[in-house]
Ligand binder design. Structure first.
Ligand SMILES: [Zn+2]
Ligand SMILES: [Zn+2]
Length: 363
């Protein structure tokens, strides 16, 4: 691989074209994606392993994977790797060898994406983080002997049918609201950090019961399962590869899907439909809907469930106020965004919390 200088030169044309055509980075990337439709494979993988120099690995992966046209969002930490990405089909074997030839990265299990239109990610982002999952557990050591046993999708289905089995959704409220397993306990928490203590409290007198846990791709359950086992829950099992792998097995092995609705995923698509069931309701009018969008006012960007009719009426904004802002000229919008940093909320849930604390004096 050529040294950094040469690579920087290769990356420059993007910037040059942005400046030349006065395009935003986002516009340009969308344009590139539309112009060059290469078949891509969407996948995710993770592993807890010791990475001594995450920053050095980050730079290496960024250089090598950019050259292959890999796009996606990858987190690296001293505790491991968590990656969601899309790879041009023609480069897939190259990519696999590139990854698996690194010590500790052998025989990686890839979770497939279910519906891939090839535009799941627009660029490659690799970030070095303190932890690969923000689980609120601090430096909780993941020790192979305490991890909860994995169940394959078919085994998970069978365990669900056993009387007395408890199933817990380890994802956040905005994920489980549009899709979850039948009869699952879906804790009302905005982030995974808050989830574990809530779940442990809810299940306090169920230490001997069979508890099944699941999340999107399996990574959150690695630590959640270990955490619960350490707290004395004896029969905890985790869904191998999470809902993503389950959905894949439903299709490939023609299993009946006990997961209903949509699987929320963190990419441009937001959700992959697993069954036709619509579990959620429009946050504005209450009509049945599981259309998840981000408020079109980019200063707000709140994630919400909004029905088509409300979306039409509000221009895909969360409120008339945001709609008014979204129609202002760009310069005014930018000034407003600067003035109100607190508008940067990620979920409908956190926005409600902010709004209610702002008006706490009014009961
Ligand atoms: Zn509505
Ligand atoms: Zn808004």
């Amino acid at each position: 691989m050529p040294a950094g200088k040469t690579m920087a030169k290769h990356r420059n044309p993007v910037r040059k074209e942005m400046l030349h055509n006065r395009l935003s980075r986002e516009q340009l990337l969308k344009q590139i994606a539309a112009e060059q439709p290469v078949p891509r494979r969407t996948l995710s993988f993770y592993r807890y392993l010791k990475i001594e120099e995450p920053q050095r690995l980050r730079d290496e992966l960024y250089r090598e994977w950019s050259a292959m046209g890999v796009r996606g969002r990858i987190y690296l930490a001293r505790e491991g790797i968590n990656a969601q990405l899309s790879v041009p089909v023609a480069e897939f074997e190259n990519f696999r060898q590139n990854l698996e030839s690194r010590p500790g990265f052998g025989a990686m299990r890839f979770n497939p994406g279910v519906e891939d239109d090839g535009n799941s990610f627009l660029k490659l982002t690799i970030k070095v983080k303190r932890y690969i999952v923000n689980d609120g557990l601090g430096d909780f050591e993941l020790d192979e002997t305490v991890a909860a046993p994995h169940l394959k999708p078919l085994e998970f289905n069978r365990a669900l049918e056993e009387p007395g089995t408890i199933v817990v959704d380890m994802r956040n409220q905005y994920e489980s609201e549009v899709g979850h397993f039948e009869n699952a306990i879906c804790p009302d928490v905005p982030t995974f950090r808050e989830e574990l203590p809530v779940v442990a409290d809810m299940l306090q007198d169920k230490k001997n019961e069979k508890i099944l846990i699941y999340c999107t791709g399996g990574i959150r359950c690695e630590k959640a399962g270990a955490y619960l086992r350490k707290r004395g829950y004896k029969n905890v099992y985790q869904l191998e590869g999470g809902v993503i792998n389950y959905a894949h097995a439903v299709k490939q092995e023609h299993l009946p899907s006990k997961f209903k609705g949509k699987n929320f995923v963190f990419d441009e698509r937001l959700g992959e439909r697993i069954t036709d069931d619509v579990l959620a309701h429009c946050h504005i009018c209450g009509a049945k809907s599981d259309r998840q969008i981000n408020c079109a006012n980019e200063g707000c960007h709140v994630l919400m469930v909004q029905c088509e009719a409300c979306g039409h009426r509000l221009g895909n904004c969360c409120s008339e106020e945001c709609q008014r802002i979204s129609l202002l000229p760009e310069a005014e919008r930018r000034a407003l965004r600067k003035a109100d940093e607190s508008l940067k909320n990620k979920t409908w849930f956190s926005k409600k919390i902010r709004d209610s604390s702002a008006t706490r004096s009014n009961p």
